[in-house]
Design a binder for this molecule. Structure first.
Ligand code: ATP
Ligand code: MG
Length: 177
């Protein structure tokens, strides 16, 4: 599958830990476009998995995303985004800056995510965390269409993820309204 990515836009990656969000983002997007919650946890807490650093890390994620969108640059949020509230905040940021939000969902089987997570060794979050993300994603999927994304892509197999491509549309002026 190939989609036309409005440029600039906000890409919202959605998927459990271990589903391959960071890997996909690195393949498709410019390094400076990728705003990663792990990277900001590492910056504020010296630990990319420090849950107690979420408030500080996400404040910075949102600040950087807002700055990029305001400056006419695309941004991609590399975080699980399986909670409704996290997506709502990002959609509001895109609206504020009048840029379209594109959701890319990695709807891969729990067992595959768990296996990939386990293979990360010390960096693994564990099967329980992956399962919790998977449940939240299952709950979110039926309503994602209605959340306000300009485009919604749901990738359901590793093959679909690996063959997924984006091309960029010409730079656009902010959307009306
Ligand atoms: N398309 C792929 N094919 C094979 N292995 C993959 C693929 N995508 C990711 N992996 C492997 O799965 C593991 C998890 O991938 P990745 O770190 O991209 O997941 P993630 O969704 O970003 O997880 P987290 O939410 O914990 O950051 C990595 O070891 C990665 O090498
Ligand atoms: Mg990641």
């Amino acid at each position: 599958m190939c989609i036309v990515l409005p440029d600039p836009c906000l890409v919202v990656l959605i998927g459990p830990a271990g589903s391959g969000k960071s890997t996909l983002a690195a393949r498709l997007l410019r390094p400076t476009e990728i705003v990663s919650s792990d990277a900001y946890r590492a910056l504020v807490a010296d630990d990319p998995r420090a849950r107690d650093a979420d408030a500080d890390a996400f404040a910075l994620v949102h600040r950087v995303v807002g700055a990029r969108l305001r400056r006419g640059l695309s941004a991609a949020v590399d975080a699980t985004n399986v909670h409704r509230g996290s997506r709502r905040t990002l959609l509001a940021l895109a609206r504020t800056h009048r840029r379209p939000a594109v959701a890319v969902v990695l709807d891969l089987p729990e067992a595959l995510c768990v296996e990939r997570d386990r293979a990360r060794g010390d960096a693994a979050v564990g099967a329980g965390v992956v399962r919790a993300h998977r449940r939240l994603l299952d709950r979110a999927l039926p309503g994602l269409d209605a959340e306000g994304f300009a485009q919604l892509v749901v990738l359901r197999t590793p093959e679909e993820v690996d063959s997924f491509q984006v091309v960029r549309a010409a730079a656009s002026t902010p959307e009306a309204g």
